[in-house]
Every structure is written in C-alpha cells, then in structure tokens.
Design a protein around this ligand. Structure first.
Ligand SMILES: [Fe+2]
Length: 199
C-alpha cells in the first residue's frame, strides 16, 4: 500500500501571520497526514473480524474523510503561501474567468472575504472550479469535510479554523487575517491550480 506523504513547505516571512503560527499549523497538517495513514491501517487490522469490530470499523470509515480532506485542504493552503506575494496578472486566464463570474477581481475579492468572515464556525472558504458547468464557485466547508462540492476542484482555500489566526490576531481580528492572507497570497499558484482544473 502506498502511504500518504507529508509535503514540506517553505513559507516566507508573512504579513501578519507569524512564523510560530505557521510552525504550529504545519504540525497540525502533519497530524492529518499521519492520521490518514493510520485510519487505513487500522481499518485493515480491524477488518479481520468485521462482526466483533463493527462499531470501530464504522467510526473509522466516518473518520477518514475528515483526516484525508484535512490533509489535502492544508496542502492547497500552504502551497499558496509559498514563493512570496504575487499578484494575479492582467490578462491571465483565471482573472478573465473571475471577471466573467463576478464582474471584476475586486467584486470577487469582496464577496470571498465576506464568505470567509461572516460564516459562523470553523471551516474553510473555498474557490472551486466546476468543470461540468465550466464556472467558478465560492462556498464554505464546515470542519474539513462537510460541504465539498461534488466533482468540483478546489483551487483556492482559506483556512478559517481559529488555529490559523487567533494567536496573531485574537478572535476579533478575523477580518484582518483574511486581508493579510490575500496580501500574502501567491496568485501564480492559484492560476496553476486553475489551469490544471480546466484541463
Ligand atoms: Fe488548519
């Protein structure tokens, strides 16, 4: 069996988000990778007696999407903070798609920041590409795994769990965290995610 591998990220000095927060956050990401592997390993072990272990097996199956999506969500988040702040080039394919959807990049950003800051609870603000209908969609994921859009590819993911920002911003600083995330964002990574999603 091929195990999931922890990816390594080189995150530069960021505006607002401290190196300590990134360090601790990467440890949480590593936990999702470890647990994704562990859940599959345990399922194999307990499945030798499905009658005696039926409750455990059922809970492990329920747990897997939380761990797996926690792993993948963070890989998109951290990769988008590598390489330093980079704007979305004028004339880029993604920018044109955003403008077609929202009218302008500014309109899109305002709506996305609103999604991130006003949705209650822990989760993620996500920009997806729905290949079937050839359009961008923004929506919220609760926790790590509740609310993924079936068949759509996530191209931009903003972690809105409190561990992402509370140490640096306090709970009341959520809006500034979102502003700083976009100030730190490497849009060339998002453009690449988009170009791979539309293939
Ligand atoms: Fe996180």
């Amino acid at each position: 069996m091929k195990n999931f591998t922890e990816q390594k990220y080189t995150i530069p000095t960021l505006k607002g988000i401290s190196a300590k927060t990134i360090e601790e956050h990467l440890k949480l990401y590593a936990g999702y990778v470890k647990n994704s592997n562990s859940v599959l390993e345990l399922l194999g072990k307990y499945s030798t007696d499905t009658t005696a272990n039926s409750y455990v097996i059922g809970e492990l199956h329920r747990r897997f999407s939380f761990e797996f999506n926690g792993m993948r969500n963070h890989e998109i988040y951290f990769s988008s903070l590598e390489g330093g702040s980079t704007p979305l080039p004028t004339g880029s394919t993604l920018k044109k798609a955003i403008e077609a959807e929202a009218g302008s990049l500014d309109n899109f950003l305002a709506a996305f920041k609103n999604l991130a800051t006003t949705t209650r609870g822990i989760g993620w603000a996500v920009l997806w590409y729905d290949r079937k209908n050839e359009r961008l969609l923004a929506s919220w994921i609760d926790e790590q795994h509740l609310g993924q859009l079936q068949g759509a590819t996530p191209i931009l993911m903003l972690d809105m769990w409190e561990h992402s920002y509370v140490a640096d911003y306090q709970p009341s600083g959520k809006k500034q965290y979102v502003e700083d995330f976009f100030a730190n964002l490497n849009w060339s990574v998002i453009e690449k995610n988009f170009s791979e999603a539309v293939k």
